[in-house]
Design a protein around this ligand. Structure first.
Ligand code: SAH
Length: 281
């Protein structure tokens, strides 16, 4: 498939009756993959969720039908069953279907269930990974999700279970074992989760960063602590979609806030961890 929007190469062609599950990244259109762009150019139908930035759809084939399966905004939201069945029906109707999901389709996005439903109905699929908010969204706030001086492991958790409550996790094990904890969908249960982490030994003063609408024009970042994060987020009116980073990695923003540099500001502190020249370590 050759397309003037794509670099030269052997780009895969979408076939009728196939569904491509594609990650759209956290918002900035520049964070789409080339496979995602290729799919946008070809799809007959684009089924997207609420986290997909509207600007991305400007890249779509103008003839494509766009279906918003968003789960926000006070409207009655389609159930996962409805979405999965609609995808099957569209594929069976011979459409070239692009299922576009925020971030990465297989990270807390129920992409696995959708893909499995399709396979169980004999609909062939292709998976295109995307940049997940827990990595790319934090990078847009100047936070390296691993940093050798801080962490050699990393935990991604969801902040709520199927019923909306904080998930039943071994929080003490996570608190002990993971210097950096990244929480998706964490805002509603942030008070409970931070209390659990402190109860399991994490320090009340530990740095926390919360990035709302990362990589979009509405991006906001709150720098806070484990003890204060829930109250500070409420006071600052920070809400979903937001990604929470618990751990010393959050401090690195003081050095690496590149968006502040774009605005002409100097780094607040080139050595937030107080360890001296980075090239010597
Ligand atoms: N598949 C997505 C995650 C879906 S779960 C991914 O890989 O990123 C939805 C949660 O993702 C949100 O509640 C929020 O925690 C996070 N999220 C997604 N996009 C975000 C963004 N642009 N900024 C901040 N958080 C985001």
């Amino acid at each position: 498939m050759s397309d003037s929007n794509l670099p030269p190469g052997d780009w895969p062609e979408m076939q009728p009756g196939w569904v491509w599950l594609v990650g759209a990244g956290p918002g900035d259109p520049g964070l789409l993959t080339l496979h995602a762009l290729n799919a946008l150019r070809q799809a007959d139908v684009i089924v997207h969720d609420a986290l997909v930035a509207p600007a991305l759809l400007d890249w779509a084939n103008p003839a494509a039908e766009v279906i918003d399966m968003g789960k926000r905004g006070g409207k009655v939201s389609p159930t996962q069953t409805t979405i999965s069945r609609d995808l099957v029906a569209l594929a069976r109707a011979g459409k070239r279907v692009l299922r576009l999901k925020g971030g990465d389709p297989f990270v807390f996005g129920r992409g696995g269930e959708e893909a499995q439903t399709l396979v169980q109905h004999d609909v062939p699929i292709r998976i295109v990974p995307g940049i997940s908010a827990g990595i790319g969204g934090l990078a847009y706030a100047g936070i390296p999700v691993t940093h050798r001086d801080v962490n050699a492991s990393l935990t991604f958790v969801t902040g709520h279970d199927a019923k909306g409550r904080a998930p039943q996790l071994d929080w003490p094990a996570i608190a002990r074992g993971s210097a950096v904890i990244v929480i998706y969908m964490g805002m509603r249960n942030l008070a409970e989760i931070s209390a659990k982490l402190m109860g399991a030994g994490r320090h009340a003063d530990e740095p926390v960063a919360i990035v709302q609408s990362a990589s979009t024009p509405d991006q906001r970042v709150l720098e806070t602590t484990l003890a204060a994060c829930a109250a500070d987020a409420e006071a600052a009116d920070i809400g979903a979609p937001a990604i929470v980073c618990v751990g010393q990695a959050a401090l690195m923003r003081r050095a690496l806030d590149w968006q502040a540099m774009l605005a002409g500001e100097a780094p607040r502190d080139p050595d937030p961890l107080g360890l001296g020249p980075a090239e010597d370590r």
